[in-house]
Design a protein around this ligand. Structure first.
Ligand code: URA
Length: 449
């Protein structure tokens, strides 16, 4: 039989045997993994059997080798992109660099990062998705810009990479279609949280995309997938191993997501903040992470001894942004959409902010209409939350803490509820240490087996 380009023999294995093997802490062979992915994609192995196997994997894990085979089988289910035709005028290959974030609240880093790295002459193919739940999607944010188009053919993507260097566009359905089916199943069977399955899901799409270098931003905290730093580190190690084994130069930064990034969580308001960063300003944490990831991406393709922050100050990254937006029919000068209603929440006491919960802010932005509950929902471009203070800031009673933005006034009360316990204030106002934004780095050299 042939499933999505994979040929397999239906009688070669038995799904129940493979489920039992994993249930009893056994190891799946390469052949067994290729078979189950092909047979599941084809519909020969049913959802109930794949659910049982996914749960056994969640409970008992997989070895580095098994995860590698699982990832390769998902890649084989679809197309692989090839950027090797990108060349300098002298004919030398131009290496591409990409970034993937595991997602967080106010995480707009891709927006300034892609044009910043591109401004050093590096092609950045940033194939992105739409948001689901409390973390926003990069495409949803960019669609707040008048005229901007997310969908590009492979030819248009390659042309834009060659001419503009930076592309942020929708990942086509052809990349790792087995993952699409499996991810939807995991979503409704309580098996999303399995680190081997998260790592293989993310990396199958990134490896199929064909980038030469990949930098991962793996987040830990209340607003992230991984709540603890230990889990984030395990996920990062697993993904760096997968990328390295597949010949992609891969490294990961471990970053804090207990606190939202920047001062905005939404769509148009995150574009506005990203443009501030590209103009040499913007919130310190957004600038810090953008520069740290840019440095990592540039080093990965052999560009060293440069300061990425310089291209934020001298306008080169902004030029690159404008060309990237215009190339996809967007108007970089158009006014951004504004929400119809706004509501300000004021501080009840004076003191120093010691905590601002990322999950609560993400939930508020989502309830205001910035995110979607179901894939088919649309999002409001102007909706979201503006933060007027962050941990470490001194505030005085009555000063604005949050501004809630939405087109539907009835959404405000529920959003307000989610922010009720989002902020801690130390009324003694002693000095407050904020945790490091980047708390670790994992590269191939840190892998042990
Ligand atoms: N993002 C993905 O693409 N896959 C997962 O499994 C989790 C997050």
């Amino acid at each position: 039989m042939t499933a999505a380009g994979m040929t397999y023999d239906r009688s070669a294995h038995d799904a129940v045997e493979l489920i039992r093997l994993k249930r009893d802490h056994g190891r799946l062979s390469q052949d067994q993994i290729q078979w189950i992915i092909a047979a599941y994609t084809d519909g020969f192995v049913g959802d109930e059997q794949m659910s049982a196997l996914a749960m056994a994997i969640l409970l008992n894990g997989m070895t580095r080798q098994e995860i590698g085979h699982w990832t390769a089988a998902m890649i084989a289910s679809g197309e692989r992109m090839d950027f090797s035709s990108l060349r300098t005028p002298e004919g030398t290959r131009r290496l591409t660099a990409d970034k993937h974030s595991t997602g967080g609240v106010g995480d707009k880093i891709t927006l300034p990062l892609a044009p910043l790295v591109a401004s050093f002459g590096v092609p950045v193919p940033q194939l992105s998705g739409r948001g689901l739940g409390h973390t926003g999607g990069t495409l949803d944010k960019l669609e707040a810009i008048a005229g901007w188009q997310a969908d590009l053919s492979n030819e248009a993507l390659l042309r834009q990479l060659d001419e503009v260097n930076a592309v942020i566009c929708a990942a086509g359905p052809g990349l790792a279609p087995a993952d699409k089916k499996l991810y939807a199943l995991r979503d409704v069977t309580g098996t999303v949280e399995a680190i081997p399955l998260i790592a293989s899901s993310i990396m199958s799409k990134k490896i199929a995309e064909g980038t030469d270098a990949l930098v991962l931003d793996v987040k830990a905290g209340s607003g992230a997938f991984m709540k603890s730093r230990a889990e984030a580190e395990e996920l990062a190690r697993t993904m760096v191993a997968l990328g390295t084994d597949a010949g992609v130069k891969t490294s990961a930064l471990l970053t804090d997501m207990d606190t939202p990034l920047g001062l905005t969580a939404g769509n148009a308001i995150e574009i506005e903040e990203s443009v501030e960063v590209l103009a040499g300003g913007g919130p310190g944490d957004v600038v810090e992470l953008t520069v740290a990831l840019a440095q990592e991406m540039l080093t990965a393709v052999g560009i060293t001894g440069v300061d990425p922050a310089e291209n934020l100050r001298n306008g080169r990254a902004m030029d690159s942004w404008r060309r990237m937006i215009s190339a996809q029919s967007g108007d970089p000068d158009a006014a951004l959409p504004q929400a119809v209603h706004s509501h300000t929440i004021h501080a009840g006491v004076s003191g120093t902010v010691t905590r601002m919960d990322a999950m609560a802010v993400g939930l508020a932005a989502w309830r205001l209409g910035a995110g979607r509950a179901r894939k088919q929902d649309s999002v409001q471009a102007g909706a979201g939350v503006r933060m007027h203070a962050k941990p470490g800031d001194r505030i005085t009673e009555g000063q604005p803490l949050f501004t809630l933005l939405t087109d539907d006034e009835h959404r405000i009360a529920r959003a307000q509820q989610s922010l009720e316990r989002a902020v801690d204030v130390d009324v003694e106002s002693g000095p407050h240490e904020t945790p490091d934004l980047v708390f670790g780095r994992i590269s191939a050299a840190d892998l042990t087996d």
